[in-house]
Design a protein around this ligand. Structure first.
Ligand code: DOR
Ligand code: ZN
Length: 348
């Protein structure tokens, strides 16, 4: 098969940042994606409906509205007002709420330390059917970084879900076979998971073997190969509980290539060409559209996009730009480590 036409994909987990970085990176997502769930971890974070509306307007100013719809989220803190969340959702300003355990990742200092303190918000969200998007890692320094997702499921996520029946939850950027198993075992119909492009492609050797490669460092950190294989199996299985969230997270090279580098892979410009290769290698190209364009809208109760996108496979690989230049310096585009034969019809 040399051509596939899909309903226009959506990105159910995206970091667009703000200011000059937003202006530089937003067109890369808008080229291939119809909608995206926009992460609220700005500095300071997006915590109120009014801030989400203002941020949405800044994104709309950076990309033509006809091409790309930002779906906004609020950053959950221990001070979040349930009434503000419900009102922002009812007004169509926000689509979901993001839970960062305090200290888990980039700009997560305002996240949640004591989960009992957000119980009222979670109950209001369950009532109003507002999804909770979860960064699933414990922050306990005694827990090994490669175990933090699996421990989070047992210690935090499962207790929250049991205490809040009906709460719709998306486990964001899952990285382990434990997370895949937890989603598969669910019978509530209220649980989904996003899978990134990079976690389908790299394992921890890519980061650490033969030299430290900061552009493969993200959070949750990539795990061993068996977990990557489990993620590919989940994404390509056709199970509608798994859908694409790139977690494309640009940082300028100076912030990545340093003694204490930031977490994040900038995958937006090459996400679909890489995914097409992953699905082709798995013999599952016929399931690509479900993962990129159908399962996510179904979880969120939205219609799939009407527009289509065509991917074409050429015998000769093409070379994507290796850097995206921004006013703050260059951002390195994710390198999957294999040649790209698939290409979207949109101008690169
Ligand atoms: O790798 C990551 N980068 N993981 C996150 O959870 C946050 C993101 C970012 O904002 O840079
Ligand atoms: Zn993220």
């Amino acid at each position: 098969m040399d051509t596939i036409t899909l309903r226009r994909p959506d990105d159910w987990h995206l970091h667009l940042r703000d200011g000059a970085m937003l202006a530089a990176v937003a067109p890369d997502s808008a080229r291939d994606f119809g909608r995206a769930i926009i992460m609220p971890n700005l500095v300071p974070p997006v915590v109120t409906g009014a801030q989400a509306a203002a941020y949405r307007d800044r994104i709309r100013a950076a990309v033509p509205a006809a091409d790309f719809a930002p779906l906004m989220t609020l950053y959950l803190t221990e001070a979040t007002d349930p009434a503000d969340v419900v009102a922002a959702h009812a007004a169509g300003i926000i689509t979901a709420v993001k839970l960062y355990p305090a200290g888990a990742t980039t700009n997560s200092a305002s996240g949640v330390r004591d989960f009992d303190r957000v119980r009222g918000v979670l109950e209001a969200m369950a009532e109003a059917a507002i999804p909770l998007l979860v960064h699933g890692e414990v922050t306990d320094p005694d827990i090994d970084i490669f175990d933090r997702e699996a421990v989070f499921i047992d210690r935090v996520l499962d207790p929250i879900r049991r205490a809040t029946p009906g709460l719709r939850v998306v486990m964001e950027h899952i990285t382990t076979s434990e997370a895949v198993g937890y989603v598969r075992a669910d019978t509530s119909g209220a649980l989904g998971a996003t899978v990134t492009v990079h976690h389908l492609v790299i394992n921890r050797n890519h980061i650490l073997a033969g030299g430290i490669r900061p552009h493969y460092y993200c959070l949750p950190v990539a795990k061993r190969e068996t977990h990557r294989v489990a993620l590919v199996d989940a994404a390509t299985s056709g199970d509608a509980r798994f859908f694409l969230g790139t977690d494309s997270a640009p940082h300028v090279d100076a912030a990545k290539e340093t003694g204490c580098g930031c977490a994040g892979c900038y995958t937006a410009p090459v996400a679909l060409p890489i995914l097409a290769q992953v699905f082709e290698d798995a013999g599952a190209l016929d399931r690509l559209e479900g993962f990129t364009s159908l399962h996510g809208p179904a979880f969120y109760g939205l219609a799939p996009n009407e527009a289509r996108i065509t991917l074409t496979r050429a015998a000769e690989p093409w070379s994507p730009h290796r850097k995206r230049s921004t006013a703050g310096g260059p951002v390195t585009v994710f390198d999957p480590g294999f040649p790209l034969h698939w290409r979207t019809n949109a101008p690169a």
